[in-house]
Design a protein around this ligand. Structure first.
Ligand SMILES: Nc1ncnc2c1ncn2[C@@H]1O[C@H](COP(=O)(O)OP(=O)(O)OP(=O)(O)O)[C@@H](O)[C@H]1O
Ligand SMILES: [Mg+2]
Length: 269
């Protein structure tokens, strides 16, 4: 007889698909990918939400320039409801809108996980085709709670091409494919794959190595969804909350149209 605990995974009323964006490693572009994916889905007409579950380093407020927004909290018949902030048609929620990240940094795992659950459960998502969740680096309490408690449609794993990144990311994929909490891995996105200088548009410089994303996808038998080049616009613009300008980039448009096409086949609405 197995003594493994069975988890009862909750569906969120009105939310058709939850997608986690994750990586074993920090700074590989999870938040950028999560935000760009959410914006691309919204521009294609899908009803989209984006939850920043990175309790220790929330990036979504800055990416959407909503750091100073305060979501309305409504108490009704003993229930608390939080109204998301809407930008580019996306329903946004982040712990960064409620607490100073410096204070969250001293939260222990279970407290952080319960803060995240409160945000997911109490936000008025209403009807969503896709809820994208941006996660912190690693495979900590936040990830494990998400996997144990919610019915997740799939995970998108972000990596950079170097082997160090991919070996950390392998640990994360092993968590997601674990028999006990497992969820489908929709695929790998290799970010910062190469750099093409503006004055040499035909050249590709592989600054962080080559082939890591492809090797990872093959190893776990999942799709390599895209290779996203290093993009000066992303670096300059995203730090100033100008995601909208990034969405104009032909390479971003093309890559994310393909990614969405694939997601939509795997997780139809
Ligand atoms: N393709 C890209 N081209 C240029 N800059 C990028 C690209 N992707 C991400 N960046 C930049 O790299 C930095 C890290 O990206 P981001 O914050 O999305 O990573 P992360 O994985 O979410 O980090 P963390 O683990 O800290 O949450 C940011 O300044 C971002 O603007
Ligand atoms: Mg991030």
């Amino acid at each position: 007889m197995s003594c493994e605990k069975e988890f009862v995974k909750k569906e969120l009323a009105g939310v058709k698909n939850i997608i986690i964006v994750a990586s074993g490693k920090g700074g590989v572009g999870k938040s950028t990918v999560a935000a760009t994916l959410a914006a691309s889905l919204s521009l294609q007409g899908f009803s989209t939400g984006l939850l920043d579950a990175d309790i220790y380093g929330p990036s979504i407020p800055m990416l959407f320039d909503i750091q100073h927004c305060q979501p309305a909290v409504i108490e009704e018949a003993g229930n608390t409801k939080i109204e998301p902030i809407i930008r580019l048609g996306i329903k946004l929620m982040s712990i960064g809108l409620f607490i100073d990240p410096a204070k969250a940094a001293i939260w222990r795992g279970p407290l952080a996980a319960s803060g995240m659950k409160q945000m997911i459960d109490q936000t008025e998502w209403e009807n969503l085709d896709y809820l994208i969740i941006d996660t912190p680096p690693g495979t900590g309490d936040i990830h494990i709670s998400l996997l144990q408690e919610y019915k997740i449609g799939g995970v998108i794993v972000v990596t950079t091409p170097q082997m160090l990144s991919t070996s950390d990311v392998q640990k994360a994929i092993s968590l997601y494919t674990d028999n006990n909490v497992g969820v489908p891995v929709l695929g790998v996105i290799e970010n910062m794959s190469w750099f093409t200088p503006k004055n040499h548009p035909g050249d590709k410089y592989y600054l962080f190595g080559k082939g890591g994303g492809d090797a990872l996808a093959k190893r776990f038998n999942v799709e390599l969804l895209a290779q996203l080049p290093l993009d000066e616009t992303i670096c300059e613009e995203c730090d100033y909350g100008k995601l909208k300008a990034v969405m104009e980039s032909p390479s971003v448009k093309e890559n994310f149209a393909r990614i969405i096409n694939y997601i939509n086949k795997r997780l139809p609405v």
